[in-house]
Design a protein. Sequence first.
Length: 124
Amino acid sequence: MKTPIFIDGNCRFCRFCAKVLRQMCGDKIQIEFQGSELYQNYVMKFPDSNWEVDSIKMVHKDAVLIKSKAIEQILSLAPWYYQILRIFFFLPSGLLDRGYDFIAKNRLIWGKAVDACEISDYAK
């Protein structure tokens, strides 16, 4: 069964990140936007205050992981040659979350423009 990864999916940067995650993890993940039917089902099935946070999300062991914790868990699904990237997760999660927030806040710099996101191409 594929692990669903929920992204907000409203900009080019989100699409790019979805594409990178899909290439890294292959068939182990299913990328969905945070408005899909699957997302709504997970919100009902796993009640958690983290659903309200604007961030990448995934459910792991009945807990909703966000920001750096979600990325750390997603990275654990990637092949061995990506595992070197996990060295960053020795840093405090507060620092990693601030880095995540900085990148998310400045996503227009990275993605150049906000537009409607077509995640369906990456979810397959």
